[in-house]
Write a protein that binds this ligand. Structure first.
Ligand SMILES: NC(=O)c1ccc[n+]([C@@H]2O[C@H](COP(=O)([O-])OP(=O)(O)OC[C@H]3O[C@@H](n4cnc5c(N)ncnc54)[C@H](OP(=O)(O)O)[C@@H]3O)[C@@H](O)[C@H]2O)c1
Length: 300
């Protein structure tokens, strides 16, 4: 890992770091790296058994961790989580808001699914806001703190079929951008990490993503740890920054591109509400060729 202002060890040794979504994927990889660097890691997610397994792995490796299982979509459970963490640790130095729920479904299959919008906003926005409201006062009081958000590249240029997911991710992104200038005098930094595709259980459920290039959970964890060291306002791949500039300066062209992507892809069987399994690679490729044929007016 590239070193910025200092090493990860210097940034987190002896510090309390709360990682949500620590039971799987990016959160798990991040928690392991933080514990190796000397952090006292508070592991949060719903699956207590998976968190306990991770805790014992960390402790066997000489690290320090504790488990606080909670459903962030549940207001009472999140309030209880904040109370428990305050009671056991008195303060949290770094909050990694990583737990999340993704839904990929076009709007035409969402008309009767208002609950998709409710469940994404609960986990991706309201839960994280509750955590920040509970932990930020302690950070400001001690004059030190860092809030990181594992956001998505899609927040920068709104990808089709992700209206529920990216609507909720964008809400938390905006919330953090609003509070950042309010808290900086108190030594609290805010970082949005715009993550590209990462091969985790979240996306592996959609088989076509297995064909696309992406980061490993460890590589994603490295980006978060680097952000903990550097404390930048945001972390985004060059492609994401260029995409955002194109989106803002030539929206019609960019919209046309996204329209093409939409036309060349399709909702998964599950997103369409069908039982059929998702397309395997050869069928997926044939599907794309068929759609290109349709778009160019040729029989496929
Ligand atoms: N993978 C990607 O390509 C990608 C790209 C951009 C951004 N992201 C973001 O990265 C973050 C981590 O995702 P991942 O890819 O590592 O997915 P993952 O492997 O599916 O992990 C998701 C984590 O969130 C936790 N979680 C889900 N609902 C929760 C709830 N109601 N309360 C508490 N914890 C909950 C899960 O734990 P339990 O099931 O145990 O509760 C799990 O630990 C998410 O915020 C996602 O939006 C991912």
């Amino acid at each position: 890992m590239r070193l910025g202002r200092g090493s990860l060890h210097e940034s987190v040794d002896g510090r309390v770091v709360l990682v949500t979504g620590a039971s799987s994927g990016i959160g798990r990889a991040t928690a392991i790296r933080l514990a190796k660097a000397g952090a006292d890691v508070v592991l949060v997610s719903r699956s207590e058994d998976k968190l306990e397994t991770l805790r014992s792995e960390i402790e066997t490796d000489g690290g320090k961790a504790c488990v606080h299982a909670a459903d962030l979509a549940d207001a009472n459970a999140t309030a209880e989580l904040v109370d428990d963490v305050r009671a056991s640790h008195s303060h949290v130095d770094i909050l990694v808001n990583n737990a999340g729920h993704s839904i990929r479904r076009s709007i035409e299959h969402s008309y009767d699914r208002f609950h998709d919008f409710e469940r994404t906003i609960d986990v991706n926005y309201l839960g994280p806001v509750r955590l920040v409201l509970g932990l930020l006062p302690g950070m400001r009081e001690q004059g030190r703190g860092h809030i990181l958000n594992v956001s998505s590249l899609g927040v920068l240029f709104s990808a089709p079929r992700f209206s529920a997911y990216l609507g909720s991710k964008s809400a938390f992104d905006a919330f953090l951008r609003c509070i950042a200038p309010e808290v900086r005098d108190d030594g609290v930094a805010v970082t949005n990490v715009y993550m590209p595709l990462v091969h985790t259980p979240m996306v592996e459920a959609t088989r076509v993503y297995r064909l696309l290039p992406g980061l490993t959970p460890d590589q994603a964890g490295d980006r978060i740890c680097q952000a903990i060291v550097d404390r930048p306002r945001s972390v985004a791949p060059v492609l994401g920054r260029l995409g955002r500039i194109a989106y803002d300066t030539v929206p019609a062209v960019f919209d046309g591109l996204l329209h093409l992507v939409y036309k060349l892809s399709e909702d998964s069987a599950a997103a369409r509400g069908e039982d059929a399994d998702e397309l395997e690679a050869p069928a997926f490729a044939k599907g794309i060729l068929r759609r290109i044929g349709r778009l160019t007016g040729r029989a496929a």
